[in-house]
Design a protein around this ligand. Structure first.
Ligand SMILES: C[S@@+](CC[C@H](N)C(=O)[O-])C[C@H]1O[C@@H](n2cnc3c(N)ncnc32)[C@H](O)[C@@H]1O
Length: 254
């Protein structure tokens, strides 16, 4: 990383802006021009331009016509993650990370066909992709050894969480495990911000995938919220891993 810390504020240089932030169609040259014209606020230190994530949220938000909040960019390493047997990936469209990681042991379901097609294009070539609603899984009871939800439950309405957890519990085998990666969404601090977005670099099998997962900032959630639901349904908590802006929760059907 080439970023600079000044007075506890993190500044990103042009290469990092292109790598990490969702600045579609931008090049080193175009970003430099935006700085020079003042369209992207920033700091010039010697010959290099730097911006904070707030400057970038404002710039990208103006371009997209929506007010965004970015968490600090995060890095996730999936190389040593333990996902056994036959896997069901809930909301597996988009990048299709779990499908890319575990290939043909994965059944990937998503409400939207276009998201599953995007996963295919992103490199998830081998998972079995089915259009299906997580609230109404079309599998028999006790089918899967592992169920994953990689930054997908955050996209579903909170009112549906209970139903979705019940369905997951039903189709998991006895002793099967549910692994959830999800965003910690704090109370909305700024009424003007519409979207809450986590920017991340996902590392596995020598791949580095730069992506972002965002949701409307109209709900709050943390790991305890998920633990309460899981606990009520009968899951046993196996592992809780709390990061700055997201968590990993491993549960077992007992
Ligand atoms: C952005 S993706 C999550 C990231 C994805 N797991 C990846 O690896 O990049 C969230 C997905 O959840 C899907 N989704 C939302 N509600 C759903 C539901 N009720 N059942 C199944 N999928 C749903 C969305 O269509 C979307 O594709």
């Amino acid at each position: 990383m080439y970023m600079k810390q000044i007075d506890n504020i993190t500044y990103y240089n042009i290469l990092e802006i292109i790598e990490i932030f969702p600045s579609k169609g931008e090049t080193e040259g175009s970003i430099r021009k935006h700085f020079e014209k003042g369209l992207l606020k920033g700091k010039k230190i010697k010959e290099d331009w730097y911006a904070t994530k707030e400057d970038l949220a404002e710039f990208i938000g103006n371009k997209e016509g929506v007010n965004m909040f970015f968490t600090d960019p995060q890095e996730i390493d999936l190389n040593n993650i333990n996902l056994k047997g036959k896997i069901l990936d809930i909301g597996g469209g988009g990048e299709g990370i779990i499908g890319q990681l575990k290939g043909n042991s994965v059944v990937s379901i998503d409400l939207r066909k276009s998201e599953l097609e995007e996963a295919l294009e992103s490199g998830d070539k081998e998972s079995l992709k089915i259009i299906m609603d997580a609230k109404d899984l079309k599998f028999l009871d006790n089918t899967f050894d592992t169920i994953t939800a990689f930054f997908s439950i955050m996209y579903m309405p909170k009112n549906d969480y209970q139903k979705i957890f019940k369905e997951i519990y039903r189709v998991l085998k006895e002793e099967g495990e549910l692994v959830i990666w999800d965003l910690i969404i704090p109370q909305k601090r700024d009424a003007k911000k519409d979207l809450y977005i986590i920017l991340m670099k996902v590392n596995f099998n020598r791949k580095k995938i730069i992506t972002g997962y965002g949701t409307r900032w109209d709900k709050e959630q943390d790991i305890d919220y998920f633990i309460d639901i899981a606990d009520n349904i009968g899951f046993k908590i196996i592992d809780q891993n709390l990061k700055e802006d997201y968590f990993i929760l491993r549960l077992r059907k007992t």
